[in-house]
Ligand binder design. Structure first.
Ligand code: TLP
Length: 341
């Protein structure tokens, strides 16, 4: 993509399509803080229709969407239940404590799934000594587990438990469209189980910037205010919303190609005895694997010399597949890896 470099670090590296750039040039815009940017309003309506939630808010990042949701659903001193390898816990720079003065009750999961009894046992009694459990968050697909899909029956049982305890639920659905394309379950069928959901336009859906938060009218009204407090009120955001509309109308179906690339890569890698990973986790557009023949540092040094980029995660290496790596690039990457391991 950039002069001979093949970039598997993330699907966030995807560049906008030509159609998106043209849509930016031609977008009708207004001032979104004043509520009159027609393209933002159109994108929010579209997001609301696709997810089945009454209202939607366009914002700059997935992290901002998760953080706003936490702020709206909780009060200072509350506790929220999250899986211990979730993005909210691992990669949002302690934002929940910083922005919302809440503490996180992390529970070890199994491929993103926290045992339902453990969730139930972690919900606090109503006692003035204890924090109030006000929110449960799930993540689908689950990034650190290899982009695995969280099963809908499990999601429903968490949702029922939360409702019975009057606890809110939020889905970090950064890659919910990958989950939907791979499972055949609609985004709205996933989303209906949560009080709010965030999803990203800037990952596999190829927008340069942007995420969406959905929920009911009251929730989004508060979220809009918190977005302003966080400095996220933006003006002619319609230029970006124009790309978001293309993401949602033209870029969803092609995600299955990214899943095929991941599968091709995984199938070839599984033949190398120096590499280990569990093939069942390759369900969408990424793969995490270990190497036993050379160190991770050497691996990264050698692939970088050959113009291949990927990311490390502890003792694992992550490759993510997206529209800006071709099937040919995938084959090339496999040959390079075969050479160096
Ligand atoms: N994930 C990034 C990194 O931050 C790890 C990536 O390259 O995968 N939820 C999930 C599940 C995510 O994977 C990410 C980004 C986010 C939220 C945050 O989205 P952004 O980067 O838009 O703030």
């Amino acid at each position: 993509m950039y002069e001979g470099i093949i970039d598997f670090r993330s699907d966030t590296v995807t560049r906008p399509t030509k159609e998106m750039l043209e849509a930016m040039l031609n977008a009708s815009v207004g001032d979104d803080v004043l509520g009159d940017d027609p393209t933002v309003n159109e994108l929010e309506l579209l997001a609301s229709r696709i997810t089945g939630h009454p209202s939607a808010l366009f914002l700059c990042s997935g992290t901002m969407g998760n953080q706003i949701a936490i702020r709206v659903h909780t009060s200072p001193g509350d506790e929220i239940i999250v899986e211990d390898d979730s993005h909210i816990f691992q990669y949002e720079a302690g934002g929940a404590a910083w922005n919302s003065s809440v503490q996180l009750k992390t529970i070890e999961g199994n491929f993103g799934i926290i045992n339902i009894d453990e969730i139930s046992n972690s919900i606090r009694e109503d006692d003035i000594h204890l924090p109030r459990t006000s929110l449960i968050c799930l993540e689908n697909t689950h990034n650190n587990s290899g982009g695995v899909i969280i099963p809908i029956d499990y999601i429903k049982s968490v949702s029922e438990l939360a409702k019975s305890k009057k606890i809110k639920t939020h889905l970090d659905g950064a890659r919910i469209f990958n989950a939907s394309i791979a499972s055949g379950i609609s985004v709205s069928d996933y989303a209906e189980n949560f009080d709010s959901m965030m999803f990203c336009l800037s990952k596999g859906l190829a927008s340069p910037i942007g995420s969406i938060l959905v929920g009911d009218e009251e929730f989004i009204k508060k979220a809009r205010r918190v977005r302003k407090v966080f400095g996220g009120g933006w003006r002619q955001a319609g230029y970006l919303a124009a790309c978001g509309i293309i993401s949602l109308t033209k870029m969803v179906d092609r995600l299955k190609e990214d899943h095929e690339k991941a599968r091709l890569f995984a199938d070839q890698l599984s033949e190398l005895e120096e590499i280990s990973f569990s093939i069942e986790t390759v369900q969408t557009n990424m793969i995490y694997f270990k190497i036993n023949s050379i160190s991770i540092v050497d691996f990264f040094k050698r692939i970088t010399e050959r113009n291949l980029l990927a990311l490390g995660h502890g003792d694992k290496i992550r490759f993510v597949f997206h529209k800006d790596v071709s099937f040919e690039d995938v084959e090339k990457a496999i040959e390079i890896i075969k050479d160096i391991v």
